[in-house]
Design a protein around this ligand. Sequence first.
Ligand code: 4NP
Length: 155
Amino acid sequence: MTQRVLFVCLGNICRSPAAENIMNHLLRERGLTDRILCDSAGTGGYHVGAPPDSRMSAALKEKGYLVSGRARQFEARDFQNFDLIIAMDEENYRDILRLDPQGLHRQKVKRMTAFARRHSETEVPDPYYGGQEGFNRVIALLEDACQGLLESLDV
Ligand code: 4NP
């Protein structure tokens, strides 16, 4: 059975598309693309339809990752369509759960940093208003967390 994973940040142009593309890279390397399907979304709607931020795309491509996707907004029906919904920071986590007031899907909602093995941060920091170094730090944290996530999945 295919497991469906949704990465969620605020704008869906920096952190969550990076997580999606890094995870897809790992899945291709391991021949698992038919077992785990990844997507990403933002809790906010400001950037709907936009490609990933050019600074994040440049940093990802520099490391050899393919970059694809267009921003979309997280919506309540995503609770039905995904097995795992992974928030980048605490604000994302709260905003996701706000769309599930009865807590029916609470168990599916996780924090990205919980999967990291080599980093102790509790949030993936928002790189949008910072410099290029912030994007590289986010990528390093996401690489760690994506590996941990893959090991935690039953494939
Ligand atoms: P993301 O980064 O949530 O990682 O996509 C952001 C993108 C845009 C904004 C904030 C964070 N913004 O305020 O427009």
